[in-house]
Design a protein. Structure first.
Length: 266
């Protein structure tokens, strides 16, 4: 089985078209084993190619949209400092769209959090040649309070520095969280591969447990829509031969792949 996985992956890497990579991913997804990340990497690579990368995270057939992406978070204990100098909490994130500063309600299961004073929220976006302090005046946050700042669009890369401090009279530290929300890529309806891109995006968003015959078939369909033809007849036949010598499930998959190979021959 390991030889089968290596063969499929090697074929995809040596023939790096989206169709060939999806074909290899479809084979992997249909087989029981610990290779979900390999299949995911092949699908990610195919989707990236179909979107028409222009460099620096931009695409011809997809655009970054505010919200919907994973958040980048930094948690800090803010302590009172002699002289009142604020503590700086720094976060770096790609494709940033929103900054959220929050004082948690609780520090632990048994104790509540302490207030915190936010002195500044400075963010820098080199791609926009822009640096800004979004906080016009110091804000004291009680436990459970939060501040949110919209960037107005999706910044390719941002550095956020939040200044914060606690009162000298406070007998404990304040738990402060700085979170940068990110955007997500939205495919252009005018793309010649819009339907296929949507299928691949759904696959990447799903939790796929191998083997998954439904997703294997969806990836095979996507490969066919891109005009896939078996590029290495000998390698495909060897792969099918190994399957036909395996378990009942593998023999069934081997017969399906053999039927597909015959139908795809010119």
């Amino acid at each position: 089985m390991l030889a089968l996985i290596v063969t499929a992956t090697a074929a995809a890497l040596s023939l790096p078209t989206p169709a060939d990579r999806l074909h290899a991913a479809a084979v992997l997804v249909a087989i029981d084993g610990d290779h979900a990340e390999v299949a995911r990497s092949l699908v990610e690579s195919a989707l990236d190619d179909l979107r028409g990368p222009l460099g620096e995270g931009e695409y011809r057939w997809a655009a970054w949209v505010v919200g919907g992406g994973p958040a980048v978070r930094e948690e800090a204990r803010v302590r009172a400092v002699d002289g009142g100098e604020p503590q700086v909490v720094e976060v770096e994130a790609a494709h940033a769209s929103r900054i959220v500063v929050q004082v948690a309600k609780r520090r632990s299961l048994f104790s509540g959090n302490y207030p915190c004073t936010v002195t500044s929220v400075v963010w820098r976006c080199p791609a926009w040649s822009r640096e800004e302090n979004s906080l016009t005046e110091r804000r004291r946050l009680a436990r459970g309070d939060r501040l949110a700042f919209e960037l107005g669009a999706v910044c390719p890369a941002v550095v956020v520095e939040v200044g914060a401090t606690t009162e000298q009279a406070t007998s404990g530290d304040s738990e402060l969280t700085v979170e940068v929300e990110t955007g997500h890529l939205e495919d252009d309806h005018a793309s010649p591969h819009f339907e296929t891109a949507q299928t691949l995006a759904r696959y990447l968003a799903a939790t796929v447990t191998l083997p998954d015959e439904r997703w294997s078939e969806e990836l095979r369909d996507a490969s066919r829509r891109l005009g896939h033809r078996p590029p290495r007849l000998r390698a495909d036949l060897q792969r099918i031969q190994r399957l036909l010598d395996g378990s009942e499930r593998e023999r069934r998959l081997g017969r399906e792949l053999l039927d597909e190979l015959i139908s795809d021959l010119p």
